[in-house]
Design a protein around this ligand. Structure first.
Ligand SMILES: [Zn+2]
Length: 299
């Protein structure tokens, strides 16, 4: 087992469960706020869908796997500021440390994600087979939201759209804004044998699309909290690894931030997350000064 403990880290947190939820505004409510002007074009609040695709996961909308990693080419719009670009790269690095997904700078590929700063936060679901926009507009440039949109682009719908969701949440249609009922539709999904995840970064918050400040979604487990804004949950990571058939893999990376050299060596058995519960995945970054070497093996 691994990923349960923190050791000295730089630029990453291993938050407690409480810390996860102390912010009142959630990923989805922030996304919806940012999207107020563009909602009419979107399904489920922040998702563009082609009409050939109605499942959360489709086989031909996965990104191609070469050897052991899945390369997802992307380009960042020049309209992002330097701090915004760093924010995006930090959100991306969590995928590199915990999955076999590798977001790589586009080098001529015909299908790739074009990350742009348009109105609102939104993405296509899965690979479209050509250049596809992923928008991170004003209000969208934080880790949980960036990861949420990238997970859409990898092929996932919202958690509350799962075909088994009615065993875990109640949708209160009477509280939903008129015209937004489709955002709460149950979809035909492949859940990859991963349990329903209240803590998913892909889950809506209780009051999203509420017309009267009443809850639109009520967890059946009364103690469950939904709509966290921190970042990918352990099961979000597990689902990505299962969809892309990532088995055990090792990640090595060296990165310099200022005069700090950051090196990573991480081996992840993919099925680990079921063996622990409660805390979100603890993404590690070992920090040391240039010239020092640190190796960490998680196995
Ligand atoms: Zn979304």
């Amino acid at each position: 087992t691994s990923m349960t403990s923190c050791f000295p880290v730089i630029n990453e947190q291993c938050p407690s469960s409480q810390q996860l939820y102390h912010n009142t505004q959630t990923v989805n409510s922030q996304i919806l706020t940012a999207n107020q002007q563009v909602e009419d074009n979107l399904v489920e609040g922040d998702v563009f869908v082609s009409n050939t695709r109605n499942a959360r996961i489709c086989k031909n909308c996965r990104w191609p796997k070469l050897l052991k990693t899945v390369k997802v080419p992307y380009v960042l719009s020049g309209s992002f500021t330097r701090p915004e670009k760093i924010q995006i790269e930090n959100a991306i690095s969590a995928f590199h440390m915990s999955t076999c997904i590798r977001f790589v700078t586009r080098t001529g590929q015909t299908d790739y994600i074009s990350i742009v700063k348009l109105n609102g936060c939104w993405s296509w679901v899965g690979r479209t087979g050509r250049s596809q926009y992923l928008s991170l507009g004003t209000g969208c440039l934080q880790k949980g939201i960036i990861q949420h949109e990238l997970i859409h682009a990898l092929g996932f719908w919202h958690e509350q759209s799962r075909n088994d969701r009615d065993a875990f949440i109640r949708i209160n249609f009477g509280n939903i804004l008129k015209g937004r009922e489709r955002n709460f539709k149950r979809m035909d999904t492949n859940n990859l044998n991963v349990p329903y995840d209240y803590t998913s970064v892909m889950h809506y918050a209780p009051k999203d699309f509420s017309k009267n400040s009443g809850d639109t979604i009520t967890p059946i487990d009364a103690s469950a909290q939904i709509g966290q804004r921190d970042g990918m949950s352990e099961n979000d990571i597990l689902k990505i690894n299962k969809l892309y058939v990532c088995s055990k893999y090792t990640n090595k990376a060296v990165r310099s931030i200022g005069n700090i050299l950051t090196m990573l060596t991480v081996t992840h058995p993919v099925n680990v997350p079921s063996s622990y519960s409660g805390l979100p995945p603890c993404i590690q970054r070992v920090g040391q000064y240039v010239g020092e070497h640190v190796q960490s093996h998680l196995s």
